[in-house]
Design a protein around this ligand. Structure first.
Ligand code: ZN
Ligand code: ZN
Length: 144
């Protein structure tokens, strides 16, 4: 059985591990992910809920729900501010910010870019991963 992959926040109070099939990562370019990360978006991957375990600090997670955004929320460490994994509505998987990983997940690069239609004007996507106007169910854009 492959070794579990570990992740943590900047201060180290919150730690988790994941086993099972994870990734690959997608890059979300939406304006909310940019605010959450403070950079050009958020590199996230899916992890199966059954393979995800909090090791420490789950009680340190603070939640902020964006008003009038259909329940869109950010979970983060109340001490250091690192964005935290967030479950989907049905409890089947978690969206995990890839920057939290302390171990090599095995995947390389991005599988897709989403919400490219609202990306920051200064961002130039330099790889050949497929680009989507919004989510995966939105029109696919031809890379320029
Ligand atoms: Zn922290
Ligand atoms: Zn986003």
């Amino acid at each position: 059985m492959p070794k579990a992959i570990r992740g943590s926040c900047l201060c180290g109070e919150i730690r988790f591990e994941i086993d099972g099939d994870i990734g690959p990562a997608g890059q979300c370019h939406c304006s909310r992910c940019r605010k959450v990360s403070g950079t050009d978006g958020n590199a996230v991957f899916h992890a199966p809920a059954a393979g995800f375990r909090w090791l420490a600090g789950e009680e340190m997670i603070q939640r902020f729900t964006v008003p009038d955004a259909g329940g869109w929320s950010s979970h983060f460490c109340r001490q250091c501010g690192s964005p935290m994994p967030l479950g989907d509505n049905r409890g089947k998987f978690l969206f995990v910010p890839a920057g939290l990983l302390d171990d090599d997940p095995g995947f390389r690069g991005y599988a897709a870019h989403i919400f490219v239609g609202s990306k920051a004007p200064w961002v130039c996507i330099a790889d050949s991963a497929p680009q989507y106007e919004a989510g995966f169910d939105s029109p696919r854009l031809d890379p320029a």
